[in-house]
Unconditional design. Structure first.
Length: 117
């Protein structure tokens, strides 16, 4: 009984994703993808790929910082503040946007979970 129901739900979802040509269908399908992406577990290949990306970006950032590090006898905090402070200030709105988006998605998930119970 349960296996048949899951199969029917799966077939229904496949049919909906194939219709993906008009606005309500595309919005529903993309919402399901982005809304459930954080719930998915990574397999081995995805984990290795993610690790490679993280290592690449960390090495890139460390290399750029080492190359552009201000020379001179100034204290460490001054080098950071005057060397990278403007970049940090320019990136703050973007960082706050992503933090607010993350907070909103978590809050929406909690509200949605409470309505189901």
């Amino acid at each position: 009984m349960t296996q048949g129901r899951k199969s029917d739900e799966w077939i229904h979802k496949v049919n909906e994703s194939q219709r993906n040509t008009v606005f309500p269908d595309t919005a529903r399908n993309l919402g399901g993808f982005w809304g459930g992406i954080y719930k998915q577990r990574l397999n081995a290949a995805q984990s290795v790929g993610l690790l490679i990306l993280v290592v690449f970006y960390v090495v890139l950032i460390v290399g750029l910082v080492a190359e552009q590090w201000p020379k001179g006898e100034d204290p460490f905090w001054q080098k950071i503040l005057y060397g990278y402070g403007p970049y940090l200030m320019l990136s703050m709105p973007l960082i706050f946007f992503f933090l607010a988006l993350h907070w909103r998605m978590r809050r929406s998930k909690q509200t949605h979970t409470q309505k189901r119970q």
